[in-house]
Ligand binder design. Structure first.
Ligand code: TMP
Length: 206
């Protein structure tokens, strides 16, 4: 059944511990309740190749990895996910929800890692058919809230210093400022409160 969410590409992104995976699930359920056909993916991952790249990227033993290597590996996993899963789903007019996307490479590697946001975008333009989603929702949280939400052994990215994560947050805020089709949601509240705000921005956009 075709509706206003058919063929739309929506990404949820933000610092570690912002709650985007929970919010992506809730958004997908809400969209299904609106009679939309929905497919959800996580980036990096959700293809056989992408999951292997994810393991390499997040392995805490890989402390020698440079920012440029990170950029290329995240982009490689994304290019694979686009070709194998996202493009076919959009062709079938499904609504596609992404847990992270290019905005993460811009904020983490581009801004916090010093590779440059514009350099990341340039590389994405040459590697991806559709670099930017129809809507990117940035879930913004302060460092204390996000740190309290993380549990278990930190992966290689989570284990980076506090100053790095502070810059990641600044990078996301910079993107909201400079990119089209980006909306910000305050993600410090309860799950249900944040979910309502996410729905509001989705309804506002479409
Ligand atoms: P996740 O656990 O939220 O799925 O993300 C994995 C980690 O990878 C998380 O710490 C954020 C980081 N990351 C980047 O540094 N650059 C990227 O482009 C993406 C997609 C994730």
């Amino acid at each position: 059944m075709k509706n206003k969410y058919s063929g739309k590409f929506i990404a949820l992104d933000g610092p570690d511990g912002c709650g985007k995976s929970t919010q992506a699930k809730l958004l997908a359920e809400w969209l299904k309740g609106q009679d939309a056909a929905v497919e959800s993916f996580r980036d990096p991952g959700d293809t056989a190749i992408g999951e292997k790249i994810r393991e390499v990227l997040l392995n805490p033993e890989h402390i020698a990895m440079s920012t440029a290597t990170e950029v290329l590996l995240y982009m490689a996993a994304r290019a694979q996910l686009w070709g194998e899963k996202i493009a076919p789903a959009l062709m079938q007019k499904k609504c596609v929800i992404l847990d992270r996307w290019l905005s993460s490479t811009c904020a983490y590697q581009g801004y916090a890692g010093g590779f440059g946001i514009n350099q990341v975008i340039k590389l994405a333009a040459d590697s991806l058919k559709m670099p930017w989603p129809d809507l990117t929702i940035i879930l913004d949280v302060d460092l204390e809230t996000s740190a309290n939400r993380l549990s278990g052994r930190p992966d290689r990215m989570e284990a980076k210093p506090r100053q790095y994560h502070q810059k990641v947050r600044e990078g996301f805020l910079e993107l909201v400022h400079q990119q089209k089709n980006f909306l910000i949601v305050d993600a410090t509240g309860e799950i249900e409160t944040v979910h309502k705000k996410v729905i509001e921005v989705v309804e506002k956009m479409f």
